[in-house]
Design a protein around this ligand. Structure first.
Ligand code: FES
Ligand SMILES: [Fe+2]
Length: 456
């Protein structure tokens, strides 16, 4: 059963001239600082497009579940007893409390902690305490949990949308699938297993993180202390993000906007193309060299290729609106309010899919992958978060209204567009921001056909 949702009251009475708020070269402070715009984003963006919910490796077995969010809506993402992945609203149909308070687990049913109504993990109401006190038929589907009507996966990444007219997930992703495929295909079996997360939060709008996600312009300034620290750990050899020094736009790395708000930064062309070329630029934090030596002693000539599996993939892949693949990590952006956001960094590990590496080697590679958290996610993300919080403070200057994203604009010689419409530009360019924010504006002005579903 589908329930069509009414239009959001905000949209029914538009208060803004969207063309005034989002211009070619600049955006108005209100798009980050207005609670009403944020409220509209929760339907027009985090309701109307495919939003990343979880990874299949977090619920590998039937009846596994993990809690998550679709915008502000709390969800239970579960693989039911038949193996079907569902995104149930984590909201008891009795009086509305969250039904499941566990972060994850394995259960065929959920019992509400408030008055004990219980539900199967298909979303169907199973029973209520003392039903003889009710004069209703609990087989009425209105008592079953609401659920996200469309849930699809792409290579393990689970997405959901309430929009019945959204394209298929595959079409929504479009050309961004290619860098995602590359990111996965370098691993045995072409996959990753998602681990626990490093959870950060900041007092700023969620789009500040998305604006920054392929920004090559800030790196050498904002992350100076990280780059210097990493160079000190590595006897002055240039590691990590050092290639942003001097003239980054002259290097082969580039930024690409692939449509539907998605974009990526590709630093792979800067690498030496040889086994060990990726590991050579990995910044070793104290103690990591122990694993590298152990792998070299054990594997000899094959060690460099194994170490590359531990190295941070030099890509930032950003899937609008809330998923980024950065190095070996998955970052999920969770809006909390117009001025508060969670930035959750999941580690990933690899598996010995074809049995060629052996358990010991895979464990050491995964230990190194986990320790790459000590680089950018711990010591770099805090630089970015500080910028986001300070932008939100700056946006309190009511009379100084504009944010510029015009680097590269009016310089067509800096760009090329391929047959799929993908726009390529130099690493420090703001073209990806201008393009994604146009898509944001289009979505905010559209009339999405949203629905929830309940088991019959
Ligand atoms: S709110 Fe869930 S049983 Fe009452
Ligand atoms: Fe940064």
């Amino acid at each position: 059963m589908l329930e069509k949702l009414p239009q959001s009251p905000v949209h029914a009475a538009p208060r803004y001239d969207w063309d005034e708020l989002v211009q070619e070269d600049r955006v108005h402070r209100l798009i980050y600082a207005d609670p009403a715009i944020f409220a509209q984003e929760m339907t027009h963006i985090f309701g109307a497009v495919w939003v990343y919910l979880a990874h299949e490796s977090q619920i590998p077995n039937n009846n596994d579940f993990i809690t998550g969010k679709l915008g502000l809506r709390p969800l239970i993402i579960t693989r039911d007893n038949d193996g079907k992945i569902r995104a149930l609203y984590n909201r008891c149909t009795h009086r509305g409390t969250t039904l499941c308070r566990w972060e994850k687990g394995n259960s065929k049913s959920f019992q509400c902690p408030y008055h004990g109504w219980s539900y199967l993990n298909t979303g169907k109401l199973r029973g209520v305490p003392w039903p003889d006190g009710y004069a209703v038929d609990f087989r009425d589907k209105k008592f079953n949990l609401a659920q996200v009507p469309r849930v699809e996966s792409y290579r393990g990444f689970i997405f959901g949308t309430l929009n019945m007219e959204a394209p298929s997930l595959s079409d929504y992703l479009g050309p961004i699938k290619k860098p995602i495929d590359d990111w996965l295909n370098r691993n045995p079996g072409g996959k990753v297993v998602v681990c626990e997360a490093n959870r950060l939060k900041f007092k700023g709008n969620w789009k500040l993180a998305y604006d920054n996600s392929a920004d090559g312009y800030h790196v050498i300034y904002s992350h100076r202390s990280l780059i210097e620290t990493e160079n000190r750990f590595n006897d002055g050899q240039e590691k990590g993000m050092s290639y942003y020094k001097n003239s980054p736009d002259k290097l082969e790395m580039y930024v690409a906007y692939t449509g539907n708000g998605h974009h990526y930064k590709d630093k792979r062309p800067n690498l030496e193309k040889r086994a060990g070329g990726l590991w050579a630029i990995e910044s070793l934090h104290p103690g990591m060299e122990h694993y590298a030596e152990k792998l070299r002693a054990k594997l000899g000539a094959k060690a460099e290729a194994a170490l590359d599996l531990a190295g941070s993939e030099p890509m930032n892949i950003n899937v609008f609106p809330n998923l980024s693949l950065l190095g070996n990590h998955i970052q999920v952006i969770e809006p909390v309010s117009f001025e508060e956001t969670n930035a959750v960094w999941y580690g990933t590990k690899i598996e010995d899919a074809d049995g060629t590496l052996g358990e010991d080697v895979v464990n050491d590679i995964n230990a190194l992958r986990m320790r790459t958290q000590e680089g950018f996610p711990n010591l770099g993300e805090v630089d970015d978060i500080t910028n986001f919080e300070q932008i939100q403070r700056g946006l309190a200057c009511l009379e100084d209204e504009w944010i510029y994203m015009n680097r590269g604009m009016g310089m067509p010689e800096r760009f090329r567009t391929d047959a799929d419409g993908v726009i390529y530009g130099p690493a420090t360019d703001e073209v990806f921001m201008r393009e994604y924010i146009k898509e944001w504006k289009r979505l905010m002005m559209a009339e999405p056909n949203l629905a929830v579903q309940r088991e019959p």
